[in-house]
Design a protein around this ligand. Structure first.
Ligand code: CA
Ligand code: CA
Ligand code: CA
Length: 280
């Protein structure tokens, strides 16, 4: 069949979908990660695709490829007031988890040089069959120790198409989680002492097969004094990809419009065109 027949069929479908009001954005789950499969040691490997890094400079990002693949410290219940700075595997007993422990990944600064910034990286790849036009990114920021640093501490999300030094874009206030100063540096008998859920849209596309690098930067909110830090972690990361050219409803297509393919359960105009192309 010729191209004109294809265009006619597509126009017919547009009309049908708008009349029925069936068009709806679809989403695909790209990531669901609670870190709970990690072991409970200080030196614990991160799940595939994740990297972790400590830098000597506040509010600074490095490079995905040069970051490490394991934590170097662990804490949980009653994190010590004199705990060392580091990249932490935060571990808390939880009977609902298969290995009995809920894990989260994060950092603690101190006055000692070594963890003025803590960066948690993830290489997000669209392994699906549909291009993604934007991302719904959700995660929890959990507090494992208070800190009396008057500037407070934060996690800020950044993103990059390469993961290289200097390539990072700030994801904005929607992805900034700040904690004001606490009265002390105490841990918690039942951590986390606070948990803030972030669930926002990041208006960045991700074509099939492409990668986007994400970086959660932990650091003091302002200034360069990193004593009396708060211990913060990231947990329960869920990333959905929005594919608005998908149509959730199943639309019957008349036999004539398909040239013999019969009644096709059509889930998207894009797929219809792909089917048409194969049929041709
Ligand atoms: Ca675990
Ligand atoms: Ca967890
Ligand atoms: Ca948790």
């Amino acid at each position: 069949m010729g191209g004109s027949g294809r265009i006619g069929a597509a126009s017919f479908l547009f009309g049908m979908l708008s009349i029925g009001g069936l068009a709806a954005a679809d989403t695909i789950q790209l990531v669901s990660q609670n870190f709970d499969s990690m072991n409970n040691a200080g030196a614990s490997n991160l799940p595939t695709g994740w990297r972790i890094e400590r830098l000597n400079t506040v509010r600074t990002l490095g490079a995905y490829l040069s970051a490490g693949t394991a934590t170097n410290a662990t804490a949980g219940v009653n994190m010590a007031t004199n705990a060392a700075h580091g990249a932490y595997n935060y571990v808390v007993a939880d009977a609902n988890v298969l290995d009995g422990n809920d894990n989260a990944l994060g950092f603690l600064s101190s006055g000692t040089v070594g963890t003025q910034s803590g960066n948690l990286y993830f290489q997000l790849t669209n392994t699906g069959t549909a291009d993604v036009t934007s991302l719904d990114i959700a995660y929890d920021v959990e507090k494992y120790r208070n800190g009396s640093n008057p500037a407070g501490y934060r996690f800020q999300l950044f993103y990059s198409t390469t993961g290289a030094v200097g390539s990072w874009t700030n994801a904005g206030a929607d992805f900034l989680t700040s904690f004001t100063a606490d009265a002390n540096n105490s841990g918690f008998a039942a951590p986390p002492g606070a948990s803030v859920n972030v669930n926002k849209n990041l208006d960045v596309p991700l074509a099939v097969g492409d990668s986007l690098y994400l970086a959660w930067n932990y650091s003091v909110i302002s200034g360069t004094t990193t004593t009396n830090a708060q211990g913060l972690g990231i947990d329960n990361v869920s990333i959905l990809g929005n594919t608005p050219d998908e149509v959730a409803a199943v639309v019957p297509v008349p036999l004539a419009a398909l040239g013999g393919l019969a009644l096709l359960p059509l889930v998207s105009l894009k797929r219809f065109i792909q089917v048409r192309a194969r049929a041709d």
